[in-house]
Design a protein around this ligand. Structure first.
Ligand SMILES: [Zn+2]
Length: 341
C-alpha cells in the first residue's frame, strides 16, 4: 500500500480552483457549496490551489482569486492563507508526493511510456470524450513491466519525450491489485446524480499519469491530494463527473482503502442567460466585475444560496442548517444579474 504520506483522521471537504483567470459566479457557486456541505457534515473546509501546470499560470491570478473569495466572505478552515495540518496547499508544492505515487504505480507494473502525439491519437480515436480522446492503447506493452523511470524520461532517438500512461489492462488483469474485480464497467454513486457508470475501454482507456513535459496529471494529483488531505467529501461542478472514475481507479491502484475514497457530489453548472457555459472573460459574471458595479457580497451570497435551492439568506450558518443534497438543482443553473439581485 502506498502510505508514505498517510492521512489524518479529521475529515474535510475542499474547494480547489485552478488559477487560470478571474473567479466568476460559477466558481463562487461551487466554493460556497463546498463550504456549506462540509460544515453540514461537521468537516473541515480546505482551500487547495490546483496549479499543477504552474509554469504556465500567471501569478497575479492566484492573488486575485484569494481576494475575491475573501471579498465574498467565504472563509476556509485550512488553506494557503490560514495554514493547517494538510499543508502545502498548492499542488505546485506537492510534486514530491505525486512522484512517490508514480514510483509506487511503476513498481506495480502499471505504467508505460506513450510517445503518441495528440494528432496521432485523434486519428485512431475519433470519438472525443469530454476529457479529450480515449487512448486506443497504441503504445501499451503486451507484458507489463517495471520501468527505469530516469531512463524512460529521457528523449527517444527521434527526440520525442513520453507521457506515462496508466495501464488499465494490467490493472484489471491482476486480482491482487484490484481489490474488487473490474469488469467492463466501473461504477460509483454520486450524492446528487446517483449511480454513475463508465465503460473502462470505451470511455476511460489508459489515461495519462504524467505528461511528456513532466506535469503530473490532474487525475493522479487530485486522488493523491484528496487522500493525503483527508477529503471525505468532494463537491464540485458536473463537468468533472466522469473524472471521478479515473480518480477512484487511482485510489484503488495506489492500494488505498476504497472506504476512504471521498464521497462525490457533482453539481449542475451555472450558465449565462442564453444557456451557454460561463465565459471566463465575461466581466459581468466575474466577482471583480460585480464588485465594480457596486453589488454587495451579501447580495451575491444570498443569490447563490437561492440558486443552490437553499434559503433566502446571506448568512452561511443558516445555509448550513438548511442544507440537503436533495435541494440542489440537477439541470443547468441560469445566472442573470437582472434576475438575481
Ligand atoms: Zn502512445
Amino acid at each position: 500500500m502506498w502510505n508514505l504520506f498517510s492521512n489524518s483522521k479529521k475529515n474535510s471537504g475542499r474547494f480547489a480552483p485552478t488559477p487560470t483567470g478571474a473567479l466568476h459566479i460559477g466558481n463562487a457557486y461551487t466554493a460556497l457549496l463546498a463550504i456549506i456541505s462540509a460544515k453540514s457534515y461537521g468537516y473541515q473546509s480546505i482551500l487547495r490551489v490546483d496549479d499543477l501546470d504552474v509554469r504556465s499560470l500567471p501569478q497575479a491570478c492566484l492573488q486575485g482569486q484569494l481576494y475575491d473569495l475573501a471579498w465574498l466572505g467565504l472563509e476556509f478552515d485550512e488553506g494557503l492563507i490560514e495554514g493547517g495540518p494538510h499543508a502545502p496547499y498548492r499542488q505546485s508544492a506537492r510534486f514530491h508526493i505525486y512522484e512517490s505515487a508514480v514510483k509506487y504505480l511503476n513498481q506495480k507494473g502499471l505504467l508505460y511510456p506513450c510517445y503518441c502525439s495528440r494528432k496521432e491519437i485523434a486519428a485512431f480515436a475519433p470519438h472525443a470524450q469530454d476529457e479529450g480522446f480515449v487512448y486506443p492503447g497504441t503504445c501499451r506493452p503486451k507484458q507489463a513491466s517495471i520501468l527505469d523511470l530516469d531512463k524512460v524520461r529521457q528523449p527517444r532517438e527521434d527526440g520525442r519525450l513520453p507521457a506515462l500512461r496508466f495501464n488499465t489492462h494490467a490493472f484489471r488483469a491482476s486480482p491482487a491489485l484490484a481489490k474488487k474485480s473490474y469488469h467492463r464497467c466501473i461504477i460509483y454513486r454520486d450524492l446528487v446524480y446517483g449511480f454513475q457508470s463508465a465503460h473502462l475501454d470505451n470511455e476511460i482507456g489508459d489515461f495519462v499519469i504524467q505528461r511528456k513535459d513532466g506535469v503530473y496529471a490532474y487525475q493522479l494529483a487530485c486522488a493523491v491530494d484528496d487522500y493525503t488531505q483527508s477529503c471525505s467529501l468532494v463537491a464540485r461542478g458536473a463537468d468533472l463527473i466522469t473524472s471521478t472514475h479515473r480518480q477512484r481507479l487511482m485510489f484503488d491502484a495506489l492500494g488505498l482503502n476504497l472506504n476512504e475514497c471521498p464521497e462525490y457530489a457533482h453539481v449542475a453548472l451555472v450558465v449565462d442567460e442564453t444557456g451557454e457555459r460561463l465565459a471566463k472573460r465575461n466581466r459581468s459574471i466575474q466577482l471583480k466585475g460585480l464588485r465594480e458595479q457596486g453589488i454587495k457580497p451579501a447580495q451575491v451570497r444570498a443569490s447563490l444560496s437561492r440558486s443552490l435551492g437553499g434559503p433566502d439568506t446571506d448568512q452561511i450558518d443558516e445555509m448550513v442548517k438548511a442544507f440537503s443534497w436533495k435541494q440542489l438543482p440537477t439541470t443547468a443553473v441560469p445566472w442573470s444579474l437582472h434576475n438575481s439581485f
